[in-house]
Design a protein around this ligand. Structure first.
Ligand code: HEM
Length: 407
């Protein structure tokens, strides 16, 4: 393997790199994977970071706790000014390092265990079928993002936390604003302040009668806040993370998944003919789209050698899961959407200590959607020309702006 021309002195590649095709990662990642070691990239603020795109290297970085995920550590790379504004807020455990991270995450692990989520599957299916009944009753056309997927994922996470239905539109909107990249820093900052104020009031009320309730927030109040393991404010910040991570991501994945099936009718026919492929198909769409496409940013807490490269203390690192999931060494023909491939080893939920806590829930929801939607709507198709379907190119989480369909 040759040495990367970017990794010694100049020139540097800029980051982020624009996608040639909005539905697959930029071709440059493939080029970078030909070289030994990482590539140096230049961020919007002129600072540089090491970009890792190979599957093995990404996993090596993400499983090495000498790399910090705490944005307050000097040298942490910055994606945009708006993103900085979000990262500069009170951190939830997603932005903490061990051992502090584990202290908070452990309070939730049993809530999201595979067995516990499996028991919720009938409830999840009931919610989805009811929303689909309503959509069918209204008749086509529909925008599946706003008319089905966001209401569905919002209702599932909100029922877990017992957040009132009339507030779903509010938290959907604040979450949307928080992941915008090309806006002034006040946009995500103010959205976050509104969410925290809302949850502060909700949790203050909940604290009055938590013992009489059975929702997740009440269980955390009784089990963690009352004995002093978690402060009221820490619970507010944790609830914010759960509510946002719990609906925005999965709804985006559903929209992109539908897009991929409608643009790959052979794959859709295969899924309909062999429903046992459902589990595989869900893993493949997670891999193929890798919706948290700029993940993961880290900074070296000490000098670390990885993939033959010495990363010095204070240098920024990007272990790009979107690159890893399209590395031909790990996934042959990575840019093709193939629901028969074994994609279970993908890193769409990240890797290491910050690996997605909600992945069993996300998988359960995706399996309900893709096991039901194409069966109940046999004639599902785009209601506009495929060229009019736009991705959320300016968001931290990849998705579709709208998904107009008819049936
Ligand atoms: C398709 C859907 C989803 C995808 C692709 C996804 C992806 C991810 C990724 C890449 C991370 C790592 C973030 C980082 O290192 O900065 C993460 C973390 C996390 N996700 Fe998800 N996620 C999804 C759905 C969910 C759901 C439904 C929940 C439910 C609450 C959830 C809760 C979390 C939490 C709490 C973390 C932080 C874990 C930690 O730092 O220990 N996610 N997710």
């Amino acid at each position: 393997m040759s040495q990367c021309p970017f990794s010694s002195e100049a020139p540097r590649a800029p980051f982020p790199i624009a996608r040639q095709c909005p539905f697959v990662p930029p071709q440059e990642y493939r080029e970078f994977q030909q070289y030994d070691g990482p590539v140096k990239v230049r961020m919007w603020d002129g600072r540089e970071a090491w970009l890792f795109t190979r599957y093995d290297d990404v996993r090596a970085v993400l499983s090495d706790n000498r790399f910090s995920g705490d944005p307050s550590v000097t040298g942490f790379p910055s994606l945009s000014e708006a993103r900085n504004a979000v990262l500069g807020l009170e951190p939830a455990f997603i932005r903490m390092d061990p051992p502090q991270h584990g202290h908070f995450r452990r309070m939730l692990t049993k809530e999201f265990m595979v067995k516990k989520i499996a028991a919720m599957q009938p409830m999840i299916a009931t919610i989805f079928n009811r929303l689909l009944d309503e959509l069918i009753a209204k008749g086509p056309p529909a925008n599946l993002v706003n008319d089905l997927f966001l209401p569905f994922t919002s209702e599932v996470i909100a029922s877990l936390l017992d957040v009132p239905r009339e507030d779903h539109g509010f938290f959907q909107e604040q979450s949307r604003l928080k992941v915008l990249l090309d806006v002034g820093p006040e946009v995500p900052r103010e959205a976050s302040a509104r969410m925290l104020a809302y949850l502060d009031a909700l949790i203050t009320e909940r604290e009055k009668d938590a013992e009489q309730r059975s929702d997740l927030l009440s269980r955390l109040i009784v089990g963690q806040v009352r004995p002093g393991h978690l402060s009221h404010r820490e619970l507010v910040v944790m609830a914010d993370l759960l509510l946002m991570a719990g609906h925005e991501t999965t709804a985006n994945q559903m929209a992109l998944g539908v897009y991929s099936f409608l643009t790959h009718p052979d794959q859709l026919a295969r899924l309909r003919a062999e429903p046992d492929l459902l589990r595989n198909a869900v893993e493949e769409m997670l891999r193929f789209h890798t919706i948290v496409h700029f993940n993961a940013f880290r900074v070296a807490r000490e000098d670390v050698e990885v993939a033959g490269q010495l990363v010095r203390r204070g240098e920024g690192v990007i272990a790009l899961i979107a690159g890893a999931n399209h590395d031909a060494r790990a996934f042959p023909a990575p840019d093709s959407f193939d629901i028969t491939r074994k994609a279970d080893h993908h890193v769409a939920f990240s890797y290491g200590v910050h690996q997605c806590l909600g992945q069993p829930l996300a998988r359960a929801e995706l399996q309900v959607v893709f096991g039901t939607l194409f069966e109940r709507l046999r004639e599902l198709q785009f209601a506009v020309s495929v060229d009019e379907i736009r991705t959320k190119g300016d968001h931290f989480v990849q998705g579709l702006q709208r998904l107009p369909v008819t049936w």
